[in-house]
Design a protein around this ligand. Structure first.
Ligand SMILES: *[C@@H]1O[C@H](CO)[C@@H](O)[C@H](O)[C@H]1NC(C)=O
Ligand SMILES: *[C@@H]1O[C@H](CO)[C@@H](O)[C@H](O)[C@H]1NC(C)=O
Ligand SMILES: *[C@@H]1O[C@H](CO)[C@@H](O)[C@H](O)[C@H]1NC(C)=O
Length: 454
């Protein structure tokens, strides 16, 4: 006891600020005011239970930690996640929680009901980590950072699950909405990784995406996420305004979008190691949508080492309004059977289109020799179980090309790629069986342990 006291006193003396640890249970009636008054270095641990926010408004939290002394709000270890909910739900309800500030972490907490789940704002927010968050049965968007005038930075959202975002009323119900239209707010230098967005089928209007990053946002890494049954694209990023490419790597989209593309981008995007299965429109598409007005043309896009399997309509790869400005399309598997493998409105003569394996009609003029090669269903280990790892002797093995300035170092499983003759598609061939884990409809493994490829 004495030595513990000494430690606490020394800690206090050397840090000059007093950090407090709070333990919150469902009988802590002032839990909201504890959270509202947290100071740099404080840790609030919330035990399992249902916590209903008071009043008819949203719960506003301002968390101003310091880089060396962040504020932490966390669920208790080895317990179910505590659930924070709103009294209200459905049309005209309020968000569950608005959080603003910097240098904080929210970990192991569930949020339900309300309008939006977690809204970053209204003030600008930076250096924040959201880890192991579960947002479910909201009336609208699960997680948003889109208040006009803000430049959000260094936000991490990881290991989290978001589902049923239009449960209580028909809304656009995105899982994640970052940035604003026309660059009136934006997010930069942030990471969205290992999250699972699923079953947002009640959503209507808007683009209803899984993970959406609006125009002017930059240096966003969208890594190793999973979408299942989202109406809009699993991932949509628009134009980086030449500020710094956004990276979309190692994600899986199954039946997403059910009414849209699987992965969509406009400019300033690198799309690598993704697996897109049964999107409605194109599996991957470049569309001239919300482009940087000062430039006005599509540019700076890499689409490499993706595996697209089937689309309900349109094509595996859709290129709309493309112009030849730093575009690379290489080493992809575009396997679409009765749909088109590639569809482009522009003539692709002179483009860097290299070593793509295709199945399905190519509806695009001008592709150079070596840009595509035709494959059949013997390339994959087992189509029926979504095992798109290359079969032994698959035509994908060793038929890729490496460009020294655009190396894709790892594959979908996080295995190193050959730097000389890589395998075409999301997987690098190394052994006869898939060294990663099996994709299923509620897939939430495999890529979760994959190394980050940059
Ligand atoms: C980003 O935020 C994290 C977590 O708060 C922090 O550890 C890191 O130092 C921040 N990075 C920068 C560049 O400020
Ligand atoms: C979420 O909403 C769905 C209906 O949309 C309902 O079936 C389910 O039980 C709800 N889940 C929870 C945990 O309340
Ligand atoms: C995008 O491409 C243009 C050339 O079309 C180049 O000038 C610009 O620097 C590129 N931007 C980025 C961020 O790579």
């Amino acid at each position: 006891m004495t030595s513990l006291l000494t430690v606490i006193i020394l800690f206090t003396i050397f840090h000059y600020t007093q950090s407090t640890a709070y333990d919150i249970t469902t009988s802590t009636s002032n839990w909201q005011s504890i959270l509202t008054n947290l100071k740099a270095g404080d840790i609030a641990t919330i035990h399992y239970g249902i916590y209903t926010t008071s009043g008819s408004g949203y719960f506003q939290l301002t968390l101003n930690g310091l880089l060396t002394e962040p504020i932490i709000i966390q669920g208790a270890l080895n317990e179910l996640r505590p659930v924070i909910q709103c009294t209200q739900a459905g049309a005209n309800s309020q968000n569950i929680i608005n959080i603003q500030g910097s240098n904080f972490m929210i970990k192991g907490i569930a949020f339900t009901k309300g309008s939006r789940g977690v809204r970053l704002g209204p003030a600008v927010t930076s250096n924040a980590i959201f880890d192991n968050i579960y947002i479910y049965n909201t009336t609208g968007t699960g997680f948003s950072a889109n208040d006009v005038g803000n430049e959000y930075s260094n936000i991490t959202l990881r290991n989290s699950e978001i589902t049923n975002t239009a449960a209580l009323s028909a809304t656009t119900g995105e899982c994640i909405y970052l940035g604003c239209e026309n660059d009136v707010c934006r997010i930069r230098d942030s990471i969205i990784d290992h999250n699972y967005c699923h079953d947002t089928l009640g959503s209507v209007g808007g683009s209803r995406a899984g993970f959406q990053v609006k125009t002017g946002s930059f240096n966003i890494k969208i890594l190793n996420n999973v979408c299942y049954e989202t109406v809009g694209p699993c991932i949509v990023v628009y134009d980086d305004y030449n500020r710094g490419r956004n990276l979309i790597d190692g994600n899986i989209a199954i039946n997403a979008g059910t009414d849209d593309l699987g992965i969509q981008c406009t400019s300033g995007a690198t799309v690598t190691n993704n697996i897109v299965i049964n999107a409605n429109l194109a599996g991957i598409g470049v569309l001239q949508n919300s482009i940087y007005p000062a430039v006005g043309y599509i540019r700076n896009i890499t689409i490499s080492h993706n595996t697209v399997y089937m689309s309900q309509a349109d094509a595996c790869l859709r290129l709309n309004g493309l112009s030849n400005n730093n575009i690379l399309i290489s080493n992809n598997v575009l396997y679409c059977e009765n749909q088109k493998s590639i569809k482009s409105s522009a003539n692709l003569a002179g483009y860097s289109i290299l070593n793509n394996a295709v199945n399905g009609i190519v509806d695009a003029a001008g592709i150079q020799s070596g840009g595509i090669f035709i494959v059949d269903n013997t390339i994959f280990l087992n189509i029926n179980s979504y095992n798109f790892y290359p079969a032994v002797k698959s035509a994908l093995i060793g038929t890729g090309i490496t460009l020294s300035d655009q190396l894709v170092v790892y594959d979908f499983n996080g295995q190193l790629r050959s730097t000389v003759t890589p395998t075409v598609g999301a997987y690098e061939y190394s052994t006869a069986t898939n060294p990663g884990c099996q994709i299923t409809n509620n897939f939430k493994c495999g890529s979760a342990t994959a190394a980050i490829s940059d």
